[in-house]
Write a protein that binds this ligand. Sequence first.
Ligand SMILES: Nc1ncnc2c1ncn2[C@@H]1O[C@H](COP(=O)(O)OP(=O)(O)OP(=O)(O)O)[C@@H](O)[C@H]1O
Length: 480
Amino acid sequence: MKNKILIIDDEINIGLLLSKFLTKNGYEVSNTTTGTAAVEILSIEKFDLILCDYRLDDTDGREILKYVKENYPNTGVFIITGYSDIRLAVELIKLGAYDYIVKPLYPDEILNTVNKALETQRALKKHHHTNHKAANIPEIPNFPKYIEGNSKPSIKLLEQINLVAPTNYSIILHGKSGTGKECVAKTIHLNSLRKNAPFVAMDCGSLSKELAVSEFFGHEKGSFTGALSTKIGHFEQANGGTLFLDEVANLSYETQAILLRAVQERKIKRVGSTKEINLDVRIIIATNENLENCIQKGTFREDLYHRFNEFSINVPSLKDRSEDILVFADFFLAEANEELNKNIISFSKEVKDCFLNYNWPGNVRELKNVIRRVALLTNGHQIEIAALPLEFEKVSSAKILHREKKLPVLKKSGNNAQDLKKTTKEAEYTVILTVLREVNFNKAKASRILKIDRKTLYNKIKAINLNEEQQIENRQNKMG
Ligand SMILES: Nc1ncnc2c1ncn2[C@@H]1O[C@H](COP(=O)(O)OP(=O)(O)OP(=O)(O)O)[C@@H](O)[C@H]1O
């Protein structure tokens, strides 16, 4: 059965041209020039898609969209718009429009967009259908809350997310490790029309050449040695939804060619199967390398780059959005409180200064890890500088002072046996704690470095501070 399209455009010539072209390409097309006439036609006939010019004589695209969403929720609406209306069109997408097409109209582009839309509709219907029947559809992973931040780069980032999320564009996310690329990808998915379909993340960095095809497209049981059961590939898992390809620059040239073919043809076959599976997957890729340099070096295919580069977003490093550091820190502290069942309220001024002065090479991920660690080591209501790991020493004069206080300094007067004992103990404390932090509180490693047996180390820790010992125990238990 042919798909039915209704065109609403007050420029009769454009409407007719479009209609002729779409009819030639296998669609059943009706035309009208006003909103009132469209409402009448819709009351007698069902349509799969409506292409609606935003500016009409008697109404506009927004009113048509609202009417169609309310009365015919299964009919997709496209808005045709002039360049100056793009922001408006994006607004409309948020209200439920399928996509927008910018004038001048190019037949191929329209056909492509219409085909894509109808495929998405079919895939979503199929997904909802199978989702009710089958339990083996992959779960949407737990999405972390997205912290927006107040800095200029973060505001720009959010604007880009909001702009591109409702479209079907492929996206390249550039950014250093730990900046939050996956978090951005998930946020885009959640704000897209695909939000009820799967989000599937795939780490291309750890993908071997041999396994790549089977990971991408799946395989049938027995199709090669070791294929003990049928495997659904990542593309198929993500069908109807979003596929996030992380560290894409690490894919071999050969694998890139295979990926390109699948993306171009929008069809795959599982290894060992002849059955073609139609794909409707939005692809978001992430890289911490400059892909243009990779193209120059010949390690990344230019054609693949252009396929993905319908939109690109730079996810800024944490040091370039320092106004957000304390916002993130508060958020991660609240998370850590919940996880550890603690009630830490704040960071001391010195800690905040350290955070603001530090370079954060590991970006948001590093900040999150530091906060989880210091929260574990803190018993009171405030995080103090002593809890910070060694790498912060460089950025804190307070921290250096703190350590100097602990150093075994022989006093000029009163230098008796009692003082020596105390000073030695303090020196021992500093050394033990420093080593423990360096090895992430692994006591076996620490005792090897300190050249004492583990039991002695336990006793010394106990003698130093029982609370610290308990915290160390907690951490070790957690790490299993
Ligand atoms: N805006 C944000 N709001 C909340 N959490 C965030 C945000 N950005 C990053 N994170 C957290 O920081 C950590 C690292 O983020 P993510 O994994 O998205 O980074 P990435 O850039 O994809 O890293 P990699 O390049 O190493 O794969 C995650 O725990 C994530 O939840």
